[in-house]
Design a binder for this molecule. Structure first.
Ligand code: ATP
Ligand code: MG
Length: 410
């Protein structure tokens, strides 16, 4: 039996890779404008990093990690990259640079989840992390960056949802309120929610289980709790964020039930959603994580960032066509064909020839499929030292010298 790609993974084929290249290019261009620098960290890390960094009450750490032992060392394929970037930031003393330190990454992440539309076991994220700034201008900058990047891909109609989770002081009272409101139907909720009830009741609001969501509605959960009551400091921070967003003309919707699935968030959280993605509708998620650098052994460092799912993003943009190459060299003289192909490549063009030296008609057929122009070297061309250049879009032919050919503007 033939071997298939593991469940939840997929190949990105040459016919679709153009979109990926475009996404990466736009990310690099837009992030560079905002003075973010790329960082590339390992795909696997010490398991401990995620247990401490992502949080051992999260679904990711409890159920979704690809963990393996190598000589008694427990390693894990990264399920997300904020923890890895923070580790690199500390290990390489990047925190000694004057703040802010602004980083971005692109790469595969691994989560053992149930594969479905918009949800894979190996998927890709583009993300940014901004270290060292407490002021809400950093949060606004990150949201603006996401929105500019999406705009660069022609996506103008996505919805930015924001909320503030406050600090642990603000959350204590809200957790109790939520527990009280949930208690009457706790026994009907999924097992995950039951364990969240004790460990982190806020995350019950992020449950993806349909039965749980129906129960929340039936028991009118969202109206029976008041939302997080922010302390003065957190409330000022949240108001400032909204002021910044207003003055930057970034549209947003406040969602007091937006909680996010990871443990490390403080104050600002946000998601960017699309109405065209079905139930996995979040393209981007992020927020402020002022405690994480310290949790991972560094100095107190405020920080904010986001991660975007590239597969979901890609499904929102139209499929780009593969590029045509510049020239296809058509000839029954293999040596001349190879020589000219190489010359053209040396001059910066993309060029190809027929490796099987088939009949002219066949070669021209192939050329029409993959190239903008054909360069024909036939008997007369060889004898009289010229090339026939055929524009494959309008079929116009002309005689050209090598100098004229290589001087053509791309
Ligand atoms: P979701 O609520 O959809 O599970 P999440 O809260 O787990 O998302 P984050 O960990 O914040 O997501 O990751 C940010 C983005 O990465 C998501 O908004 C989504 O676009 C993408 N993403 C997360 N998990 C997957 C997955 N298994 N397959 C594809 N994309 C994913
Ligand atoms: Mg998830």
């Amino acid at each position: 039996m033939s071997i298939k790609a593991p469940k939840g993974t997929r190949d990105i084929l040459p016919s679709e890779v153009k979109n990926w290249q475009q996404i990466e290019k736009n990310a690099c261009d837009v992030f560079t404008k905002f003075n973010f620098k790329e960082i590339r960290t390992p795909i696997f890390e010490d398991t401990n990093l995620f247990e401490r960094g992502v949080g051992d009450t999260t679904d990711i750490v409890n159920k979704e990690m690809y963990t393996f032992l190598k000589s008694d060392r427990s390693l894990t394929l990264r399920p997300e990259n904020t923890a890895g970037v923070v580790r690199a930031y500390l290990e390489n003393n990047l925190y000694r640079e004057s703040p802010p330190v602004k980083l971005w990454y692109f790469g595969p992440m691994f989560r053992y989840e149930r594969p479905q539309a918009g949800r894979q076991r190996q998927f890709h994220q583009i993300g940014v992390e901004m270290f060292g700034i407490q002021d809400a201008s950093a949060d606004a900058e990150c949201i603006m960056l996401a929105s500019e990047f999406l705009k660069s891909l022609g996506l103008n109609d996505l919805v930015v949802e924001i909320n503030s989770l406050g600090c642990s002081k603000c959350r204590a009272d809200y957790k109790e309120q939520l527990k009280k409101a949930i208690a009457p139907f706790l026994d009907k909720l999924c097992d995950d929610c039951k364990s969240r009830y004790e460990k982190n009741p806020l995350r019950i609001l992020d449950c993806k289980n349909e039965t749980c969501n129906k129960l929340f509605e039936e028991y009118d959960l969202k109206n029976s709790v008041s939302g997080i009551k922010l302390c003065d400091e957190c409330s000022d921070h949240y108001n400032k964020l909204k002021q910044y967003l207003n003055s930057l003309n970034i549209k947003y919707v406040e969602n007091t039930f937006l909680v996010r699935g990871l443990d490390y968030y403080t104050k600002t959280v946000f998601e960017i959603k699309s109405n065209n993605l079905g139930s996995q509708n979040a393209v981007c998620g992020g927020g402020r994580y002022d405690g994480l650098v310290e949790t991972l052994g560094g100095p107190h460092t405020p920080a904010v960032g986001w991660a975007m799912g590239v597969e979901r993003l890609n499904s929102l943009i139209p499929q780009l066509n593969e590029d045509l190459i510049d020239f296809f060299v058509v000839s029954d003289n293999q040596i001349e064909a190879v020589k000219l192909t190489c010359k053209l490549r040396e001059h910066g063009f993309s060029a190809e020839f027929d490796y099987n030296s088939r009949k002219f008609a066949k070669q021209l057929e192939k050329a029409a499929k993959i190239a903008k122009s054909a360069v024909i070297i036939g008997e007369d061309e060889l004898k009289n030292g010229y090339y026939t250049l055929k524009n494959l879009e309008n079929s116009v032919q002309e005689k050209v010298s090598l100098e004229e050919l290589t001087a053509i503007k791309k």
